[in-house]
Design a protein around this ligand. Sequence first.
Ligand code: 5AD
Ligand code: SF4
Length: 457
Amino acid sequence: MELTQTQQYQPLTDKSTNTKTYFIETYGCQMNVADSELVESLLKKEGYSQATQLDQADAIFVNTCAIREHAEEKVHSQLGRYDLIKKEKPDTIIGVLGCMAQSLKHDLLENKPYVDIILGPDSYRKLPELLNRKTVDTESFVDTTLSRFEVYDDLFPSRNEGINAWISIMRGCDKFCTFCIVPFTRGRERSRSIEGIVLEATKAVEDGFTEITLLGQNVNSYRHEKQEFHHLLASVAQIPGIKRIRYTSPHPQDMTRELLETMLQYETICNSVHLPLQAGSDRILKRMNRTYSKDHFIQLANDIRSILPNVGISTDIIVGFPGETEEEFQETLEVMEIVKFDSAFNFKYSPRRGTKASEYDDQIDEVIKQDRLVRVIELQKKHTLDRNLDLIGTIQTILVEKESKRSSLQWAGRTDSNKWVIFDKGDANIRELVSIKINEARCISLHGHLIKKAEAA
Ligand code: 5AD
Ligand code: SF4
């Protein structure tokens, strides 16, 4: 642990009588949501309970994301709010956790003296020790050391009630795409044991979670003692009572035939694949260090669609990567036309300090990036609608997940191919699998009516 100067401590409280409260705000990907649940579990073991309001908590944590500039800006503005709270209540502990801790520790130490604790993604076990000691001076604690081993295998996350349980199965990334900060903020790849994951998933199912989503920065490069990702998926798929399994985020390079065949074999594994394209031009893909070509990607998408009928394929696309010409951007649109993704997350390239691409001297003008983003979004809207229209008249199995935002008389749930469907509640209940006939397709959702409860059928 880095200590900024020699500190003196006093014991804080006996945990059995601890009445302190915490509040955690989480930014970024699902991995961060899962990490916050780990942190909550550590805090609860120390006797902390969840505060209902930010400004009433004894300890406030923000779990941060560094993937794009916009994500960091949001955290900075939130930290401004914490500063005000601390001015009102100087005893409040302020903690910055996760990906920004690593890249911004110097800025935080120099410019944000109200931050007490800075912990990177592999250092959460330090939290109890830090909370149980009270510093007499105002210096911050910093630990952003990255570990080759830490997977928190023995630590059960503290989940709030819900339908879906996130289970982190591996951490870190060794791919080093040139645009991406993750290998620097989260360190090297390492996987949990299958036993530990199955135990956690079994407990989540017993606790009433209907869907399990296996998470990893590079989920399908999971490997533990010669067991690969498809072995793990098969083990999780056989847990008694499990209804649905999803996973995210895979890399096209690690998409194996065995994985697709395992998905086909088990009905509990959802028929949906996230296949991040990033760009359509071979030159840009090479500069991005994505390790596949445009043709390979198209072939892979075709194989996925032929092995898994009716599969939903989603993607990530970055526009305006350094040096991307108009013609090269057109190739991204071309791949989109060929693959016709069911949905896409589209991003403007955002330079991240420390990554290779941020040093390229042919950065693209913001106006051009924005123009390309609009064009990608427009094309994807058309493809999403086309794919949704194909489902009109079909009967889909939906997991009832929540009330529709538009009407308290309707439910919203997803097909196993990951499309939202809205329908009148009828006698369906939340957490049930139901059969819905699709009547109408819009760009963001499908509409249908209840045929029967699939489970009762
Ligand atoms: N700029 C824009 N998008 C990025 N992503 C990762 N790094 C950057 C960046 N520097 C996107 C990729 C990745 C998704 C999670 O975020 O598309 O797949
Ligand atoms: Fe980032 Fe690439 Fe690793 Fe995904 S595979 S986390 S984009 S470096």
